[in-house]
Design a binder for this molecule. Structure first.
Ligand code: FAD
Ligand code: SF4
Ligand code: SF4
Length: 471
């Protein structure tokens, strides 16, 4: 260990931008086993590991780095999977520069340990060697739980509860398991085969999926509660934030998720009429994406791969104040995306479809009391850029669940997400729990996993108490 002084940081090879622009394959190659061990050995085994403190799952990073450095990968996998239900996914798509790696103490001057890439290497080696086994519960409890939503939060909870011996039923309105892992995040960040491999394992372990089943319309929430001993709501947040500017209703101005779902479905071989008609296809188009988060980054990079003639990202703050990962911005720039910082949409122009975006130049106000700097329009500073497809990536809000579920008493917070008891994850309805983005607001996969695991523990306690009370 401690080799950081003599060994430079080395991330796995990134495919050249010229090549990766042409397909939707993942952009990072796998680590060579020797290089993975060497990179793991750069860790200085901190007494207080800030990497672990800033990992939402509190992964025991120093221990599995040491084991990986010694080539003891089966043990490394046992430790890493003890706290993370889907390490192969987090290793690929956690914004490590804001979490574990961004807080590695050797960052300054030496470059952090490549924690995410080593986590992926350990888990891929475990899959290749058959160390990742389906769940095999010791005994059935005779109790069942209904989980609404097959995204990371719902799946992490399903895994834990199945291990405890419950019958676990996961309901999703989509036709595939994975939530945003499948229909939001593009293949070049997370290959869909990685999600399908996990799904197969969960199914083998006895988790039952009910797809194409929307709770609130196909099955009522009341019936679901009657059918199961407990219910977990893990429905995510999907209502897109919109712009309130002139000519927002023109054609070819589309919400980000519609665009990404169409692209992901095409990659999965589905028939997508809105893609074929050109409405949700960037090929041959001048594309403008509005927003500065992860979703915007995924849209710009998808548009490049679809063959857009130009892709411009408008963001109203500057580079250092954007919410998206800096690593993703760098990748996007290499692939040919142009970023227009301090730029907000003023209005759209066109006849039936959009032709131009009028762009208002912004500036950052001075910082007050450590609060996030406000953005202010610069007077008389409006420019115009051509566009034949505008993608709005302005974030998401929660859908109106009490109405959708016909359950007006379900308590919400001011922003429409579900209110829970922070300790038990239970909503104000007895036996109804909630986790993931629908509680936290739009967040990260790793937080969804954490919440799903924590909620599962509380559900487990609730079910045990219920059984004891009935005995
Ligand atoms: P979701 O993943 O949204 O899953 C919710 C599931 O519930 C969905 O499958 C939905 O179909 C289902 N559902 C909803 N309502 C019903 C109903 N009434 N009945 C039945 N089923 C229902 N995070 C990262 O960490 N890294 C990234 O790189 C990253 N990139 C992202 C890119 C995009 C484009 C987006 C939109 C998000 C990204 N995120 C990323 C965020 C991350 O995907 C989410 O935080 C995470 O998926 C939330 O998990 P969840 O299980 O709470 O919800
Ligand atoms: Fe880092 Fe995410 Fe892995 Fe935690 S789960 S160690 S934050 S990559
Ligand atoms: Fe190792 Fe960096 Fe974590 Fe310290 S902070 S234990 S050096 S990975």
């Amino acid at each position: 260990m401690l080799r950081f002084t003599g060994t430079d940081q080395q991330q796995p090879q990134t495919r050249p931008a010229k090549l990766r622009r042409q397909d939707f394959d993942e952009i990072y190659a796998a680590f060579d086993p020797k290089e993975a061990a060497l990179q793991a050995s750069r860790c200085s085994q901190c007494g207080v590991p800030f990497c672990q403190v800033h990992c939402p799952l509190a992964n025991n990073i120093p221990d599995w780095l040491m084991l990986a450095a010694e080539g003891r990968l089966e043990e490394a996998y046992a430790i890493s999977s003890a706290t993370n239900t889907f390490p192969e996914i987090c290793g690929r798509i956690c914004p490590q520069d804001r979490l574990c790696e961004g807080n590695c103490v050797i960052e300054k001057g030496f470059g952090s340990v490549t924690i995410g890439a080593v986590e992926k290497h350990i888990t891929e080696t475990a899959f290749d060697n058959g160390w990742v086994k389906p769940i095999a519960p010791r005994a059935a409890t005779g109790q069942s739980i209904g989980i609404i939503g097959a995204g990371p939060a719902g799946l992490a909870a399903a895994d834990m509860l199945r291990r405890a011996g419950h019958a676990v039923h996961v309901y999703d309105r989509h036709d595939r398991v994975g939530g945003l892992l499948v229909y939001g995040i593009p293949n070049f960040k997370l290959d869909k085969k990685v999600v399908a491999r996990r799904e197969a394992l969960l199914r083998k372990g006895g988790i039952q999926f009910h797809l194409n089943t929307a709770i609130g319309s196909d099955v009522s929430f009341v019936d679901l509660r009657k059918k199961h001993d407990a219910v977990l709501i893990a429905t995510g947040v999907y209502k897109p934030r919109d712009l309130d500017i002139p000519e927002n209703g023109l054609g070819h101005i589309v919400p980000a998720l519609d665009y990404l779902i169409a692209s992901n479905r095409m990659g999965l071989g589905d028939n997508v009429p809105a893609f074929d008609s050109g409405e949700l296809n960037a090929e041959g188009k001048k594309v403008v994406v509005i927003g500065g988060g992860d979703t915007a980054m995924d849209c710009v990079r998808t548009a490049i791969r679809q063959g857009a003639t130009s892709v411009t990202c408008l963001y109203r703050r500057d580079r250092s104040n954007m919410p998206g990962s800096q690593r993703e911005v760098k990748n996007a720039e290499e692939e040919g995306v142009v970023f227009s910082w301090l730029s907000a949409p003023h209005s759209f122009m066109g006849d039936k479809n959009v032709r131009e975006v009028r762009v208002q130049q912004m500036r950052l106000a001075s910082q007050e009391n450590g609060a996030r700097q406000a953005v202010i329009p610069v007077p008389n500073a409006i420019t115009t850029i051509e566009a034949d497809l505008v993608i709005k990536a302005l974030g998401f809000e929660a859908e109106e669940l009490p109405t959708l579920f016909g359950e007006p008493t379900l308590k919400l917070k001011n922003d429409g997400t579900i209110a829970i008891d922070q300790k038990t994850f239970m909503t104000n309805l007895s036996g109804v729990f909630a986790a993931g983005d629908i509680v936290r607001g739009a967040s990260l996969v790793v937080w969804g996993i954490r919440d799903g695991r924590d909620a599962a523990q509380s559900v487990q306690q609730f079910l045990q108490q219920k059984k004891a009370a009935a005995a």
